[in-house]
Design a binder for this molecule. Sequence first.
Ligand SMILES: Nc1ncnc2c1ncn2[C@@H]1O[C@H](COP(=O)(O)OP(=O)(O)O)[C@@H](O)[C@H]1O
Ligand SMILES: [Mg+2]
Length: 242
Amino acid sequence: MPEPDKLETGIDGMDDLLNGGIPQNHSVFLAGPAGSGKTTFCLEYLYRGAQQGQNGLYISFEETKDQIVGDLPFNWDLERKMQDGTINVVKYDPYQYENVIDLVRSSVKENNAKRVVVDSLTALSLYVDNTKDVRKLILDMNETLRKLNCTTIYTGEIQAGHPDEISRYGVEEFIADGVITLLLSQDGAELTNRILIRKMRGTDHDKKIHPFKFENSGLKVYAKEEAFESSSSSSSHTDEPF
Ligand SMILES: Nc1ncnc2c1ncn2[C@@H]1O[C@H](COP(=O)(O)OP(=O)(O)O)[C@@H](O)[C@H]1O
Ligand SMILES: [Mg+2]
């Protein structure tokens, strides 16, 4: 079967693992503990798209624009991409979560966004009273973004040391065409970043754990190096599932 058109993530090494990129119009759930690089990964996905002239929209339910782009360790001209409107970062406080779908739809249309980031489903779900409504909201949002022809990355926070526990409501990985996990492990005195593509419909993909690093130019995934899930994963354990 021929593979669908893909959007390159543009992240060094990542598209090798994805056999070219994320299939167009698909959704990916990016799960990882706090500080594992989810926001950075998503920003680079938008930035590399913007370099190819594709508009990107970053929807945040938690952090402000300054918190998101403030202390990126890269030599990018992200500011210019935001000034010329190629990348838009918006923050919603979804107290009235019934309006979220309309907000998402109008922002995508207004910005003519092709690449979308929703950060995070964890934060969004905190505003919603019960599991049934969370599921409906996520399903509706996914359907809306798909109809708008967006290729979307949703983030979700999981507890460090529990990479198998991908999501809280069981819907995130179910609706997503792809699931990528970011791992943060402790090697001696150092925290190391690792990445694993667990699932990616519509394309052949790598299924091993690989290290990644923050370079000056952006993230770098070591596609030829394999890593192992460390048993001494960094622990920020709480009683909550993530
Ligand atoms: N040059 C760097 N090398 C290694 N780690 C870095 C570097 N710059 C930032 N980080 C780490 O990346 C983290 C930020 O990741 P972020 O994308 O915000 O994660 P998340 O969204 O998953 O919480 C910071 O906690 C910081 O420790
Ligand atoms: Mg983040």
